[in-house]
Design a protein around this ligand. Structure first.
Ligand code: SIN
Length: 518
């Protein structure tokens, strides 16, 4: 890694230029797995806008789907994934996921991952739309935390990897269709990080919705910077809503894992009546989009703002031991899940669309790779099979790294000139006026008009509301918060435009004015 400063003569400011072999943006499962794969090729600079651990991975509860149990096969995992994707999966990408999944999991175990066991054998749980028990879990309901722990420990043991927290990607450095790294906001200064290859692994965009299970960091930054750089973005209409997030006035929209329903939890309406079987023969274990829409219909029918999840019929000790994090969190908000019904309603959970990649992790921009939720490999089609995303991060994070090593080895050593880089600072960093109000307006419009059920009318209203703030897209800002709002607005527009364009209902995308699949 080398560092020097360049001066913008018009503004008299100095910009730091950092030269590394590989730049990874994001420190969840996909980013860390990519960094580990790249470490044999040179220096790897991992930047993340918050603490290293602060990503959706850390909060993933249910687990990792993988065909490793005696009752399962790779072929059945393939079939379930394709079925959940409602005809829009890329079959080649799904084949890669299910075939390479077991190897990636065994590798993780060899690095120290401790998945829950039943006796001496791995324990697998059930989730919606899986035809076999195939979900590995750790510490009951803290699977993502265990995966993150192992990857951080592994990355820490590799001297080639340096991690920088609170470093926010402002824009990619793309010249003549090639990516040379990124401009990064760090300690209130802009830095140009030049790299032979850049891997985007910034996660999803749940924060564009008022209700989301995602942590605060999920503001769609990777998709927004890739879009600004001219990368192909695809499938943005496909937003998965998780049926059950906690709905209590003083509580966060905490995820109540699908594994609860996998272990027998029942959905009840406000009158405490079961309802799922009148919507779908698979009841509580129907696909997520079906369960989410059934909950919305039931809330409308009963004029209620939530339904209930009921696990009180299971042995209390079993529930506490199998779901310790959920048990403790709900108790903090005065709900004892072993004896009381849990108020829940759907919330935005996962973005199936994103920066288009092939199965090697290549985007449409040379030198730029993407993996994890920011990417759209086509694995999830119109609807992601539960617990396929941690696996996707591992498999495609590793693949993106292998491709980046290979491609960048053969590349002539060129780099943008200092003069070109210094021009970026000519866009003076600004402040957004009424930032809080704009952020809230974006999230509210998206939830009310571009959520679980959309129509031409609701989407057009959302687009008009978003366009009111389009001046925000024109500048670059001095704070992470303001730049996040710009990115949220960008991603919200992409979602709404794609949802308007797709005039049918498929997977997670449901148009009340076109209720049938084409
Ligand atoms: C859950 O635990 O319900 C979430 C799992 C997932 O979204 O894959």
């Amino acid at each position: 890694m080398s560092t020097h400063g360049i001066t913008n003569h018009r503004q008299g400011q100095e910009m730091q230029v950092v030269e590394v072999d590989y730049l990874v943006i994001g420190s969840g499962v996909a980013g860390l797995r990519a960094a580990i794969g790249l470490a044999c090729g040179g220096s790897v600079y991992v930047i993340t806008k918050d603490e290293v651990r602060e990503s959706s991975t850390e909060y993933a509860q249910g687990g990792i789907a993988v065909a490793l149990s005696d009752e399962d096969t790779i072929g059945i995992h393939f079939d379930d994934t394709i079925k959940a994707g409602d005809g829009l999966c890329d079959e080649e990408a799904v084949r890669v996921l299910v075939n390479e999944g077991p190897e990636r999991i065994m590798e993780l175990i060899s690095w120290g991952a401790e998945f829950d066991k039943s006796g001496s054998r791995l324990a697998f749980t059930m989730e919606a739309a899986h035809s076999r028990r195939r979900i590995l879990h750790a510490h009951g309901d803290s699977t993502g935390r265990e995966v993150e722990r192992v990857l951080i420990t592994k990355a820490r043991s590799m001297p080639a990897i340096s991690k920088y927290s609170f470093a926010f990607v402002l824009d990619l450095i793309v010249i003549d269709g090639r990516c040379y790294g990124a401009y990064v906001l760090r300690d209130a200064h802009v830095e140009a990080v030049l790299a032979r290859a850049t891997v985007l692994a910034t996660g999803g965009a749940g924060q564009v919705y008022l209700r989301t299970t995602n942590p605060a960091v999920t503001t769609g930054d990777g998709i927004a910077v890739a879009h600004r750089a001219g990368a192909v973005i695809t499938n943005m209409e496909f937003v998965q809503f998780h049926p059950t997030s906690l709905f209590a006035p003083s509580a966060p929209q905490f995820l109540l894992s699908e594994a609860l329903r996998g272990e027998g939890a029942i959905l009840r309406n406000i009158h405490k009546d079961e309802f799922m079987l009148s919507y779908h023969p698979d009841g509580e274990l129907a696909a997520r989009d079906i369960v989410s829409r059934a909950i919305v219909a039931e809330m409308q029918r009963t004029n209620a703002r939530h339904v209930y999840l009921d696990i009180t019929h299971l042995e209390a000790e079993y529930v506490k031991c199998r779901f310790p994090r959920i048990y403790r969190t709900c108790l903090k908000y005065d709900i004892d899940i072993t004896t009381e019904l849990i108020p829940v309603s759907p919330a935005a959970h996962y973005l199936m669309g994103g920066v288009r990649t092939d199965t090697l992790g290549c985007t449409s921009i040379s030198g730029l790779f993407a993996a994890g939720e920011v990417a759209c490999t086509g694995v999830h089609g119109a609807n992601r099979l539960a617990s396929n995303s941690l696996l996707e991060g591992l498999v495609f994070g590793a693949r993106a790294a292998m491709t980046a090593l290979d491609v960048s080895d053969h590349r002539a050593e060129v780099r943008p000139s200092d003069l070109t880089l210094s021009l970026y600072r000519e866009q003076e960093l600004k402040t957004i006026e009424y930032a809080d109000e704009i952020r809230q307006a974006i999230r509210k419009s998206m939830w009310e008009k571009a959520g679980i059920i959309r129509s031409e009318q609701s989407l057009s209203t959302a687009l008009d509301a978003l366009k009111k703030w389009s001046h925000v897209l024109e500048d670059t800002y001095a704070t992470r918060y303001d730049n996040e709002i710009k990115n949220m607005l960008q991603v919200a527009c992409l979602i709404v435009e794609a949802a308007l364009h797709r005039q049918d209902s498929v997977g997670a995308h449901y148009r009340s004015d076109y209720p049938l699949k084409k």
